[in-house]
Design a protein around this ligand. Structure first.
Ligand code: ADP
Ligand code: ZN
Length: 730
């Protein structure tokens, strides 16, 4: 028998995911329990999941102490994971229970490991098709080969379970008794990879050596688009697996996973575990449990995969590490890139941050020697980096409400004549960003937010990009009641598609924008069709900037290169530089050389110049110098506070009180700005007030903020969120 740390009836502290703030004392159950055990405990009238966090604190009277109900059949939470959750909670100023919730996001963790029925797509066709049956089949196909439980399948398809059962006799749906939590197929790290180019081989050798060392370290793998970074970091994965340790690869976009999974399968002979919002609940549970037991060697996933209970994590790859989607902007506010480094440092694992255009944070860490840095400076094989040129829009003749300049149009026509593809890039979803009344000048706004509504002609509605509210396009102006005077102002991708169809009547035009696809499968199908050459002109938002390979694409036209430079955002220059270089990098990945044309009204702007010349190091140096002088990240620290309430006054009152009582911040030399209305002062009917804290790099910011906020008692309806290292200032 295994010895237990706490015998029956001993006092133990149990952390639950309930918002209680801290662990509570319980009595150990029959058979005892140990630190890290997943347990079920009574909480009021309910039974909830918890983790034994250590010995009890003794602050509950012995007579009131309730007993742990049972220890669950799951691998205990390792000490390293507990330390990670505590450190992440301290860093992000998040209550520990909220961190535990991130770490237990899989359903049925407490269920026994019995057999259960699973349902997946079979080869057969149903004898008779009904709309309900079609929905079930479509859903199963959308999720690839993944299996569902009956309840989840019926619910997601919006049908009764008898509809699912009715599809079994024909073989259209397979019903099988699956032992819960089968291990994932074995990935073989000894299989040969593709032969690497010289610089790739050197990079791979360095990453392999780091992984073989078995301790913590972070490497920035900076390689131009198309340099073959993926093949290089797959070698690090191979090294990690060959030591019997687990690896995690984070991707910024679910749409990219399909292609990546295929590459993993080619390299290691089987598919890895997948973890993101497009994975079924049944599969999530399997991933969670197998990761904890060592039945999954490699996980490919979204940022939340960082909170999986790895048994022996040896490597974390953060691909496209500069991508802003790694920052979680709702609920627990954390940056997955930074948390990956924290987790790896506790696990004795290596981190590889891969990007063609690293974040200034990572660049600075490499400069400071905290991260190793490896550069891949040329594209793999014969592919050449695209040529970049500006189109000076001040010299172009364009009628109103047209955005494709004559120079760009000529270039597109030349590509069409050569049987090649062009991408027109515009980072704006919808038809037009503003709808204005030509009689009174009124702009149609959202009823719940201080934001203008965006016309989506495809949906035939106006949409608020803040809260998602939609309404039909009105026939009369809501302000002056004039009829037929509402007009779209400015371009979105849908309007650009319309212009392209007029301008290039023979072209096949495809639009890639996240809101035009109702399912991930439809989006994947469109991407595949484009890659196969089924479009001449691709019109896309930033969705296309992220890593898709379109071999026939040789021209990228950026409709408005100035768009991102307009805001006063601290990272406006950095973001524009990254986005423009990434988008341009879509061109010329096949045999033919690419060209990127940037439409701009300010070709001599330093950021536009740096994008065109590709003199990256001097761009980063200049950007770093400016941020250092201003004392802002990564050379200083920041935290944002957002207070929101249904009425403006209580939010402002609290903000004002905080500003008057900022002694804990002043003690560490921090500066406080605000309160001020947030740039978007109302979202979903809640008024928003912002404060911003700036401190020196070494200042103990979190501790000071904790002291400062400790006396705050939030009035009913008022919410306060702390954002350490904010990325968004809206
Ligand atoms: P990056 O992620 O740096 O943009 P990828 O890893 O996607 O680049 O590689 C770009 C293209 O070159 C891909 O189509 C990839 O399959 C191919 N490639 C890269 N390295 C090799 C190699 N050593 N052998 C064969 N093909 C390679
Ligand atoms: Zn809104």
């Amino acid at each position: 028998m295994l010895s237990v740390e706490f015998p029956e009836d001993a006092r133990v502290a149990v952390l639950t995911a309930q918002p209680l703030g801290r662990p509570f004392d319980y009595r150990a159950p029959e058979g005892g329990c140990s630190t890290g055990d997943f347990v079920e405990v009574p909480l009021g009238p309910r039974k909830v999941l918890g983790v034994v966090w250590g010995a009890g604190a003794g602050d509950v009277a012995a007579g009131k102490l309730r007993a742990v109900i049972r220890v669950l059949d799951a691998a205990p939470m390792r000490e390293e994971m507990r330390a990670f959750l505590e450190r992440a909670a301290d860093y992000t100023l998040t209550p520990l229970p909220a961190m535990l919730r991130l770490a237990t996001r899989a359903p049925g963790l407490g269920d026994p490991p019995s057999m259960r029925r699973l349902y997946r797509r079979g080869q057969g066709a149903p004898d008779r098709m009904t709309p309900a049956r079609a929905r079930v089949i479509e859903l199963l196909e959308e999720y690839g080969g993944l299996a569902f439980t009956l309840g989840e399948l019926a619910e997601q398809a919006g049908v009764s379970s008898s509809v699912v059962k009715g599809l079994i006799p024909s073989g259209a749906v397979l019903e099988e008794d699956a032992p819960r939590d089968r291990p994932y197929p074995h990935l073989d790290p000894a299989l040969p990879g593709v032969p690497l180019a010289e610089d790739q081989a050197q990079a791979a050798a360095r990453l392999r050596a780091g992984v073989a060392g078995g301790s913590y370290g972070t490497t920035l793998l900076k390689g131009v688009t198309g340099s073959g970074k993926t093949e290089v970091y797959l070698e690090a994965v191979a090294e990690c697996l060959s030591h019997g340790r687990q690896a995690l690869v984070l991707l910024p976009e679910i749409a990219l996973t399909a292609e990546f999974l295929t590459r993993v399968e080619r390299r290691f002979g089987a598919r890895p575990a997948e973890w993101h919002s497009g994975v079924t609940m049944a599969e999530r549970r399997r991933v969670w449990r197998m990761v904890g037991r060592g039945g999954a060697q490699l996980v490919v996933g979204a940022r939340s995969a960082l909170f999986l209970p790895f048994r022996d994590l040896g490597l974390i790859v953060v691909d496209e590490e500069h991508d802003s989607s790694y920052k979680q902007e709702e609920g627990v506010l954390y940056n997955a890139r930074d948390m990956a480094v924290l987790r790896a440092s506790l696990a004795g694992a290596q981190v590889v941050l891969a990007s063609a255009t690293p974040s200034l944070e990572s660049w600075a860490n490499a400069e400071a020697g905290k991260y190793a840095r490896i550069d891949l400076t040329s594209r793999f094989g014969d592919a050449k980096l695209p040529e970049m040129r500006a189109i000076d829009m001040r010299t172009q003749d364009l009628p109103p409400s047209r955005w494709i300049s004559p120079t760009l149009a000529t270039a597109v026509e030349a590509r069409m004549a050569a049987g090649q593809q062009s991408l027109l890039f515009l980072n704006r979803r919808g038809y037009a960003p503003v709808t204005v009344c030509r009689a009174c000048g009124h702009q149609i706004g959202c009823d719940h937010c201080d934001a203008r509504m965006v016309e989506h002609r495809f949906l035939k509605r106006l949409v608020c990009h803040q809260c998602g509210e939609t309404k039909p396009i009105p026939a009369t102006c809501p302000s002056c009641q004039a009829e037929g005077k509402l007009a779209p102002v400015g371009p979105g991708v849908e309007r650009l598609a319309e212009e392209s169809a007029e301008r290039f009547p023979d072209a096949r035009v495809a639009v890639l924008s996240s809101d035009l696809f109702t399912t991930a499968r439809a989006l994947k199908a469109q991407i595949k069709a484009i890659a196969a050459g089924e479009a001449d002109i691709i019109i896309g938002t930033q969705l296309v900037a992220k890593g898709h390979n379109f071999p026939l694409l040789t021209l990228v036209g950026v409709i408005d290169a100035d768009l991102g430079l307009q805001g006063s955002d601290l990272r406006a220059a950095e973001r524009t530089f990254q986005l423009m270089r990434q988008v341009a990098g879509r061109a010329g990945r096949g045999a033919d050389k690419g060209l990127a044309l940037l439409q701009t009204f300010q070709p001599e702007h330093p950021v536009i110049r740096a994008i065109l010349t590709g003199e990256e190091e001097s761009f980063w140096q200049a950007e770093a110098a400016e941020r250092r002088a201003a004392g802002v990240p990564p050379y200083g620290r920041m935290a944002g506070i957002v207070i929101s309430a249904p009425e403006a006054k209580p939010a402002f009152d609290l903000g004002t009180w905080l500003a008057r009582n900022d002694a804990p911040l002043r003690r560490i030399g921090a500066q406080l700005f605000g309160p001020a209305p947030a740039p978007i002062a109302r979202v979903r009917g809640r008024h928003r007030v912002r404060l911003l804290i700036k401190a020196d790099k070494g200042a103990p910011l979190q501790a000071a903020i904790s002291d400062w906020l400790a006396p705050v008692k939030l009035p009913a309806q008022v919410r306060l969120a702390v954002d350490i290292d904010p990325q968004s200032f809206l």
